[in-house]
Every structure is written in C-alpha cells, then in structure tokens.
Design a protein around this ligand. Structure first.
Ligand code: CA
Ligand code: CA
Length: 241
C-alpha cells in the first residue's frame, strides 16, 4: 500500500461517512433531534397549562413526581401520571417526544406536510399506555391526515381492537398513497378525559427517507475502517522518519 492509495481511501471513506440519504425529508424534525418541537405545532383545548406536558426525553428514567418542561405552554410541570416511573428509549437518534397527562384535555401535535407523488407509506415509532378507562371517543389516540376541518384519512386509532397498552417503542406504518402529491396536516391527537394516558413518539418519516439517525451500514463502516487503518499507517510511517 502506498501513501497515495491510503490518502485516497481516507478521502473516500470520509465522503461516504458524512453523506446523508438522498431524498429530502418530508417531515421537518420528524425525529425530534433538535431537542424541541421545531417544525411541529402543539395545541390543546384547555386553559390549564399543567393538564398535559409535551416533553422531550433522551434515554432516561423519568421518576414519579418529576418536574418537566412542557413545550406547549413553556412551563415546568410536576408530573402525577401513575405510569411513572418510566424509562424512555428513543428509537432513532438521542431524543423523542412524549406526552404526560395530569388532567382531562385534548392535545394535538401536528405538522403540514407536502406528500411527494412517489409517497406510499408513513412510518413512525410509538408507545402508549392507557391507564384510565377503556378506549372510546373521549379516551383515545388518533393519528390522521386532515385538512382545515375534516379527517381525510385515519392512520391509527385506539379502537376496541387495539391493546390498552403498547408499552415499548414499536414501529407503526400506514398507507398514504391515496394522498400522494397533496399538502395535508399530519396530526397526532390524544383526547384524554378519563384517566392517565402516557405516550411517546419518534422517527416520523415516509418511505422516501431512511431514519434520520440510522446506524451506518456495514459497507460504510468497512470503508471508514479502511480510512482509519490508513490514517494509522500514515501516522506510524511519519513517526518512523
Ligand atoms: Ca429521535
Ligand atoms: Ca400543557
């Protein structure tokens, strides 16, 4: 191996390592790696700021009674959910969204998305745990596409066919091909009136994108390995001079 080859392999490995997936993201900040709700709109139907907390968690244990920052109302709230303590585990990158309930209200997380012509599927990861009464219209989690006034398409709803709890981060997906080429509001709504209901979200994306913070593929790692090995060889050679 000569130095020139090593330098080329180092440059190549660096290029591959820093290159990102080709397609532009449909969701802005779909993985919450900004550590806030940049790109998203939060709302609720209550004047009680402590009724629900839209937080951002990293890999962490959140204790019962923890005081957490609510990104909807920009206040710190002492948490009373009977679902705590809970360990949060982002499924993509280092951060995830969560909602903790302390009182009856409806909470919405939404984003206007332009669905490309070639879109077929929306993917996301989610956990939820209904700690109150069985699901009905006033105790439900709904993921949908909407226009200004109507639900256009239900991607997921906690009807009676769904388990009361999906306690670990789990992959969900829904066919949205009928809405390809349209601009729609993608919404997560939790209408919680009858007891605690914890939920967490991460990794909203379409079939056109890889997860934002995916672990590099073996091919990339191999090239990076060649590059690093090359660096080591160059260093050793320089030392010997
Ligand atoms: Ca994330
Ligand atoms: Ca709130």
């Amino acid at each position: 191996m000569n130095i020139k080859f090593l330098k080329i392999s180092i440059a190549l490995a660096t290029c591959v390592a820093i290159s990102s997936p080709g397609a532009a993201a449909v969701f802005n900040n779909g993985s919450f790696e900004t550590q806030d709700y940049t790109g998203w709109e939060l709302s609720d139907d209550t004047a009680v700021t402590s009724a629900g907390t839209w937080g951002i968690a990293t890999n962490e244990l959140i204790a019962a009674g923890a005081t957490l920052f609510d990104h909807n109302d920009s206040v710190f709230v002492a948490q009373t959910s009977t679902g705590l303590p809970r360990t949060y585990a982002p499924s993509d990158g280092d951060f995830m969204s969560f909602l903790l309930i302390t009182a009856a209200a409806s909470h919405t997380l939404k984003q206007e998305v332009v669905l490309p012509n070639s879109v077929t599927t929306i993917f996301w990861d989610m956990f939820y745990e209904n700690l109150g009464v069985p699901f009905f219209a006033n105790q439900q989690l709904l993921v949908s596409l909407r226009d200004a006034s109507n639900t256009l398409h239900t991607l997921f709803i906690t009807d009676s066919s769904e388990p009361l709890a999906v306690p670990n981060m789990t992959a969900f997906s829904a066919d949205v091909s009928a809405f390809a080429g349209q601009t729609v509001s993608f919404e997560v709504n939790l209408n919680i009136r009858n007891g605690f209901f914890d939920a967490g979200f991460d990794n909203f994306r379409t079939n056109l994108e890889e997860p934002e913070n995916e672990v590099p593929e073996p091919g990339t790692l191999a090239l990076l390995g060649i590059g690093l090995a090359g660096l080591g060889l160059v260093r050793r050679r320089r030392k010997s001079f």
